[in-house]
Design a protein around this ligand. Structure first.
Ligand SMILES: O=C(O)CCC(=O)C(=O)O
Ligand SMILES: [Fe+2]
Length: 379
């Protein structure tokens, strides 16, 4: 081992000892870490597969660029949902949700300045000194504001290269005063705008499933009053991105996630073939993905797809995910309109509390919560 990397390893171990990793990866970066602590090193089979022909290449930039191919995401033009071509848009929405579980929304009507303001405020939060960020750290998974690291730092065996700030938005009037002060004004507007966009998309999703014209006014009302959580993600530069991940493969719990990314690529989705594809970043647009609750509600017609985030050697990535579902206490199951003798329910009913219980008591495992809701059919 070259002596400089020996020093790096000793330093990494030093920062990680006495559970220093619980302070998060931004803290490790700010302390000039040059090698990743053992706690972040994934088993070989779970590492992002870098192109082996380039793995001996001493040029890091070249190696970083050899990644999964870029996926051309289906695009939904939200403006066209309001016009005479609504049916065409609904068809492409159904195809996107059924095949990839991911699509991109353009012309969504949220002003660029709101998106830019949110991204700037998120960056600003992670730039705060550790002492200020850590005021929001805690073990309570139901806390309305929670700063943390990895996925579930209380349980994770191997950590991933990510810090996050979770902001509950329901009800906004009660949770907002608890948010970090610099995030309140911009975050409130962002939360309201994304919630309205979620609602507009959910009306379209339900129509595409054949559930509208509405037989179910109550459900739409619950969507309007439903739960929302903002997750601000920070993936700081990582000295050894080939050994770890920014986020392990996972699916999201809700109906839809509206993701705002900065210009740094890193999000990947796994298609049916098992291959990973990188998603493009496109300014002024959202990447939307189907969550577990929508897969259950659609009785498996729409797919909650595994995705993960790569760590990056030279650039920090920031993203803001807005996760939406029904009110926390509402029981979610396959929509009755989609069930008949030929289409039996494929999933057990669930709610947010059982999801929280599951993730706080189980080690992270891809798609484990959704798998646990699948019913075994009599053959
Ligand atoms: O940062 C990203 O691109 C994805 C974040 C994500 O998957 C999540 O917050 O659930
Ligand atoms: Fe996610």
């Amino acid at each position: 081992m070259a002596s400089s990397s020996k020093v790096a390893t000793v330093r990494a171990e030093g920062l990680a000892c006495e559970k220093g990793y619980l302070k998060g990866v931004k803290y490790l970066c700010d302390n000039g870490i040059t090698g990743i602590p053992q706690k972040y090193v994934l088993p070989v089979a779970e590492r992002p597969a870098y192109n082996s022909s380039s793995s001996n290449n001493s040029n890091d930039e070249v190696r970083d660029m050899v990644r999964a191919p870029i996926l051309k995401l289906p695009t939904v033009d939200a403006a066209k949902l309001q016009g005479p071509n609504r049916n065409e848009v609904l068809k492409s929405l159904a195809k996107a949700c059924g095949e990839h579980g991911f699509f991109q929304v353009i012309n969504h009507g949220i002003p660029s300045k709101v998106l830019e303001g949110m991204m700037k405020a998120a960056k600003g939060f992670f730039e705060l000194p550790y002492e200020e960020r850590s005021r929001f750290m805690g073990e309570d998974m139901t806390a309305p504001v929670r700063y943390g690291t990895s996925y579930n730092q209380n349980n994770d065996g191997v950590f991933c290269w990510r810090d996050f700030l979770k902001l509950y938005c329901t009800p906004l009037s009660q949770t907002l005063p608890l948010w970090p002060s610099d995030l309140r004004v911009v975050g409130e507007e962002y939360a309201r705008e994304t919630k309205a966009l979620f609602f507009m998309l959910m009306e379209a999703v339900m129509e595409s499933l054949g559930i509208i014209p509405l037989q179910d006014e109550g459900l739409l009302k619950e969507m309007k009053e439903g739960s929302q959580m903002l997750v601000l993600n920070c993936f700081p530069t990582c000295p050894e991105p080939e050994l770890t991940l920014g986020m392990l493969p996972h699916s999201d719990y809700g109906f839809l996630t509206l993701l705002l990314q900065d210009e740094v690529e890193g999000l990947q989705v796994q298609l049916k073939t098992g291959d990973w594809f990188t998603l493009p970043t496109l300014s002024d647009s959202f990447v939307i993905n189907v969550g577990d609750h929508l897969e259950i509600f659609s009785n498996g017609k729409y797919k909650s797809v595994l995705h993960r985030v790569l760590a990056n050697r030279s650039k920090t990535r920031i993203s803001v995910a807005s996760l939406h579902s029904l009110p926390f206490e509402t029981v979610i199951g396959p929509a009755p309109q989609l069930i008949d003798q030929c289409h039996p329910p494929l999933y057990a009913n669930t709610d947010f509390a059982s999801f929280l219980h599951y993730i706080s008591s189980t080690r992270h495992h891809p798609k484990s919560f959704l798998e646990s809701r699948k019913l075994k059919l009599d053959t």
